[in-house]
Design a protein around this ligand. Sequence first.
Ligand code: KIV
Length: 273
Amino acid sequence: MSVTPIKPVKRVTVHTLEEMKQRGEKISMLTAYDFSLAKIVDDANIDVILVGDSASNVMAGHETTLPITLDQMIYHASSVIRAVKRALVVVDLPFGSYQGNSKEALNSSIRIMKESGAHAIKLEGGEEVTESVKRIISAGVPVMGHLGLTPQSIYKFGTYAVRAVEKEEADKLLRDAKILEDAGCFALVLEKIPAELATQVAQMLTIPVIGIGAGSGVDGQVLVLHDMLGINKDFSPRFMRRYLNLYEEIKTGVEQYISDVKAKDFPNEGEQY
Ligand code: KIV
């Protein structure tokens, strides 16, 4: 009897992403916050899973990303890590866990890496977080940057509108992008900025640039899983493509179950002992 050897899964690393940019292969990235959905996303061969602080909105129902805590992010990240065999798992440093100083940023990153088993962290901001970025990387933790619409600063912006439309802000974003690359970031997320500016950043940098609402000229795309699956039907910005309408599908299934229970149709003879 011949036994077919099981092929080991080749894990995505920060170097894989660098190589993908070099050969012009687009990077796919989605959020996940729990074991069951992370398993499906990983089995589908996504390149990067982001345990985003958007869990604050999507999982906990908060209006902003600000309330989620470091302990809660570690809980979500640990659940995702237990499901993932292939993807690179990046975890957001939540608001208040890194802005104080670079020592605080390092300690928060170490907690995420040690307690969840994640592969990298992401933080928001440009020049003002450079010292933290360098300190985290010097401890061996890969860092992904995030510029443009940075939701942790929503009360400073006052709106979720497109960022860096004016020249002054666009110039600052270009400077910040270069600073983050020079500080050692392995990739950069650009959120909700003009496509032309995002393309310019992607062409200027050697590290991969991953966009959300930043057009097609970047090196990869990221979306919030619950938005693109249509679980969350109340959020539909122009940049979002909805691949399924799971809100309706799940609701229909639940309605059918209720109706079967009320009609004494469930369980039937074959569904009992
Ligand atoms: O938290 C998140 O989901 C994110 C993405 C929108 C990039 O940061």
